[in-house]
Design a protein around this ligand. Structure first.
Ligand SMILES: Nc1ncnc2c1ncn2[C@@H]1O[C@H](COP(=O)(O)OP(=O)(O)OP(=O)(O)O)[C@@H](O)[C@H]1O
Ligand SMILES: [Mg+2]
Length: 365
């Protein structure tokens, strides 16, 4: 059984980086992990320190992987995934070719609201079906889109519902039936003679795919609600935007899903309660230097220590606020002062993920 970890949260919080670190942690625990990004930015490739990622899983070289451990990564290509789905569900290759060549297909596959999320889930479904991985980690775009991600199967399923398609096609009650002869002629004149034929052809072809699409919708819905699927929220330690996190938690609950944990990213831990000994060391170190220089250096170091101390206090307060609002203990992930740009940075972050994350759960093998 494949375990799925969906990493969601506020924009720029570190979802992509944390997803990659999570998948790295699983690989280092001897599991076959794949990380899928549906973030249209190329950040996953950046975090992994590789130039390019495509729509198919690419093996990532992680030093020191134990027997059985592997890491693959891919970035969703919406169009390629749509094409793959159409080819799978079309009754014949010829019908698939005709649909893909239809001018409306391009617009629908690239611009349909929620279409990106739908394809993400389609891709996720395929990764699970392939049965090549123990764990799939899904990186999502910023929060409002992540909510779309959960709703997408249902929305698209409704859109592709047989009744809607049949309604559009019906000669009496449908799109063509509703329009009077005059209106149809006007559309033909304005948009060109082929538009209505293309449009009707498009809906007719989509209608032929309807059953497979709807079944798949049910399958992915089950996948997102499976006990083997976990939802993580990532928030910046410096300003976690608690109300957005609560909104996300509530959206999950509406779907009878629970947050597995909140990860407070780029957390700066407290320096210690009493900074006096540290200040004394700085003073001592400055004693032998030129007085003017030593004074400036001492002041600079004091400023840095104070700023860091203030930041740490702020992060601790944010941790409490988020914990109270969500009724959990947020897990801090440390700030890497120089950023995370390769697998070594990911390994370091992976070591700070919650203990027990990589333990295989009951029912998984
Ligand atoms: N723990 C960390 N320490 C240091 N830098 C980090 C850490 N986590 C993330 N970053 C950096 O923060 C930036 C934003 O991270 P990332 O792209 O993962 O965020 P995101 O939530 O996926 O953003 P978006 O919402 O735009 O998709 C990146 O430059 C990344 O390297
Ligand atoms: Mg991202």
């Amino acid at each position: 059984m494949t375990t799925i970890h969906v990493v969601a949260g506020v924009g720029g919080a570190g979802k992509t980086t944390v997803s990659a670190a999570m998948a790295t942690a699983f690989a280092r625990a001897g599991q076959r992990a794949v990380v899928l990004t549906i973030d249209p930015a190329r950040r996953l490739a950046d975090a992994l320190g590789i130039p390019h990622l495509g729509n198919e899983p690419t093996p990532i070289d992680v030093p020191g992987l134990p027997e059985g451990g592997r890491l693959d990564a891919l970035m969703l290509d919406r169009k390629a995934t749509w094409d793959g789905m159409v080819r799978e569900h079309a009754p014949s290759p010829d019908l698939a070719d005709r649909l893909i060549a239809n001018p409306y297909y391009d617009a629908v596959s690239t611009r349909l609201t929620g279409g990106h999320e739908w394809m993400a889930i389609e891709k996720l479904h395929r990764l699970v079906q392939a049965d090549r991985w123990d764990v799939v980690v899904v990186d999502t775009p910023p929060a409002q889109h992540a909510l779309d991600f959960l709703d997408a199967p249902e929305r698209i399923r409704r859109m592709l519902d047989g009744r809607v398609i049949r309604g559009v096609l019906s000669p009496r009650g449908g799109l063509l039936g509703l329009a009077t002869k005059g209106a149809v002629d006007a559309v033909r004149r304005l948009a060109g003679p082929d538009v209505l034929d293309d449009l009707q052809g498009f809906f007719s072809l989509v209608g032929d795919l309807g059953d497979g699409f709807r079944e798949r919708g049910g399958g992915v819905h089950a996948l997102l609600h499976s006990a083997a699927t976990r939802y993580w929220l990532v928030a910046p330690a410096d300003g976690p935007r608690t109300s957005e996190l609560v909104a996300f938690r509530d959206a999950l609950r509406q779907q009878h899903l629970e947050v597995a944990g909140v990860l407070l990213n780029r957390f700066v831990p407290p320096l210690g309660q009493d900074l006096a000994p540290l200040h004394a060391v700085v003073q001592d170190a400055a004693v032998d230097s030129d007085p003017a220089t030593s004074e400036a250096v001492t002041a600079w170091i004091h400023d840095r220590i104070d700023a860091r101390h203030t930041q740490a206090l702020r992060h601790a307060a944010c941790r409490d606020t988020v914990g109270q609002a969500l009724g959990c203990v947020p897990h801090p992930l440390p700030d890497a002062p120089h950023g995370i740009h390769d697998v070594h940075g990911l390994i370091a972050l992976a070591l700070s993920l919650p203990t027990g994350l990589t333990q295989r759960t009951q029912g998984t093998q």
